[in-house]
Design a binder for this molecule. Structure first.
Ligand SMILES: [Zn+2]
Length: 474
């Protein structure tokens, strides 16, 4: 009995040693990061800053911890000095994550569990995995004493998932600390198939933006015992039914064209034909067929080729015996860069085709209204990042070195990211989730049992390190 009692813990210890042996420095750092719960709200991103400072400071980085107006929320900046002949490169990663539905996880989401060649935890993909890859690549430059002709800035951001104190405020208040020639951020995917073969490497050069419009139906407010034909809830429901049957036309920009053509090369017929037709066919029937088939195969592909429509909130009525005088729906649109929200309103008005339904932008005196006004003011400078920069070229060539058979393509990110703070000032930002994952792993992002392969973290770190060597070393 005693022997078993002593042997069992010993065996468990040995097993955990075996797991540790399959790890690598990036996975080890990720495990540490995952153990600090930075679910936003509240985020508490500052709790990661001392952990990061202890790693960067001894290697000669200049450390800046920039507080925000909310206690516990701060941005962490580590700068490795170059000789200043070229402008800095910035690697930005958000430290906060979304929350969890704890009971739906098979492991503790805040324990940094290493299992079956994966690191599990909230943020493993989005974006503590990226934070760990960027940090390790930058730390390696210092460990290897690589002489640099530009500063390399590492930024761990607060409040990306929340919004209020994110990099837009940091870039406005401390531009000098994060100014750069170009930047890396989250964005494109490196997708591998079930056999482990990397199918493609996508690098986002632009993000979609969110716009929420309110649809308000007006009717007569009265006693529910005497219904009238102008019931606001019915009017709104009819408008929403029309929206449900409607879809916007595909609107391809250069990065999505390149992305779909790359997918065509790595797909089998008939999907490869649909993908080619979507981009190149002049026949509206073939384009429509391609749109339908591609959209059926993937909500992500459906989303990146168009302005998407998603009802997200409904608000009507306040008690059981009163017909309300109004009913309101909030519809969240994710728009292709270059879309004017006012054009979107007129498109929606013609779909609904009912003067009793008013479609409006969020009021200017609300946070959403302020955000949209800011976006509309800067949208003219918000161009996709060029492929003709030293950083894009290095990402492309080093990707071929790490994943030789995988094509590299630009990509339009389907959601918004913190890249806006730089892109809106004309600074090219390239988005990557720097680790090959399967489409199945991707569905776990913001979901349950989020995980990233240990081997992918190692490959991603090599990719980013070699990219930095090419772009920043003398
Ligand atoms: Zn993210």
């Amino acid at each position: 009995m005693l022997l078993i009692k002593t042997l069992v813990p010993f065996l468990i210890f040995c097993l955990s040693l075996t797991a540790a042996e399959t790890s690598n420095p990036t996975a080890d750092l990720l495990v540490e990061l995952l153990k600090v719960n930075t679910s936003n709200p509240p985020g508490n991103e500052q709790s990661l800053d001392e952990l990061l400072a202890a790693k960067f400071r001894p290697l000669g980085f200049e450390i800046d911890i920039v507080p925000t107006a909310q206690a516990g929320k701060a941005h962490f900046i580590a700068r490795l000095k170059g000789d200043g002949t070229k402008k800095p490169i910035l690697l930005a990663a958000h430290a906060d994550t979304v929350g969890v539905e704890r009971e739906k996880w098979s492991v503790d989401p805040f324990a940094g569990v290493l299992k079956d060649g994966y690191v599990y935890g909230r943020g493993a993909i989005d974006f503590k995995g990226g934070l760990a890859v960027f940090a390790e690549a930058v730390l390696d430059l210092a460990r290897n004493k690589v002489p640099l002709h530009r500063d390399v800035i590492f930024l761990s951001e607060a409040d990306e998932e929340g919004g209020r104190y994110n990099t837009s405020t940091l870039a406005e208040s401390h531009r000098d600390k994060v100014d750069c020639e170009f930047s890396l951020n989250e964005g494109g995917w490196i997708i591998k198939d079930a056999s482990g073969k990397v199918q493609y490497v996508s690098i986002s050069t632009a993000d979609k933006s969110g716009v929420s419009l309110t649809f308000t139906a007006i009717g007569t407010s009265t006693h529910s015992s005497m219904p009238r034909p102008d019931n606001a809830i019915f009017t709104l429901s009819k408008a929403l039914a029309k929206l449900a049957d409607y879809d916007t036309q595909p609107k391809l920009i250069s990065s999505t064209k390149e992305f779909f053509l790359t997918l065509a090369k790595t797909s089998e017929p008939p999907m490869s034909t649909y993908l080619n037709n979507l981009v190149n066919s002049g026949d509206p029937k073939l384009v429509h067929e391609a749109d339908v088939e591609i959209s059926k195969s993937s909500p992500l592909l459906h989303a990146i080729m168009r302005n998407t429509i998603a009802p997200v909130l409904l608000n009507a009525g306040f008690r059981g015996n009163v017909i309300p005088g109004s009913a309101q729906a909030t519809i969240n649109f994710r728009i292709i860069p270059g879309t004017d929200p006012r054009e979107l309103i007129s498109e929606m008005q013609s779909v609904v085709n009912d003067p009793r339904v008013e479609i409006a932008l969020p009021p200017a005196n609300t946070p959403e209204g302020e955000r949209l006004a800011h976006y509309m003011k800067l949208t003219s400078t918000l161009k996709p990042a060029s492929k003709e920069t030293a950083l894009y070229r290095a990402l492309e060539s080093r990707s071929h070195a790490v994943w030789p058979s995988a094509p590299v393509t630009t990509y339009l990110f389907q959601a918004g990211t913190d890249a806006f703070a730089w892109r809106s000032h004309g600074i090219p930002v390239y988005g990557v989730y720097p680790y090959p994952i399967t489409a199945e792993d991707l569905t776990r992002m913001h979901g349950n049992d989020e995980r990233v392969p240990v081997k992918s973290l190692e490959e991603g770190t090599k990719w980013i390190y070699e990219t930095l060597l090419e772009v920043a070393s003398k």
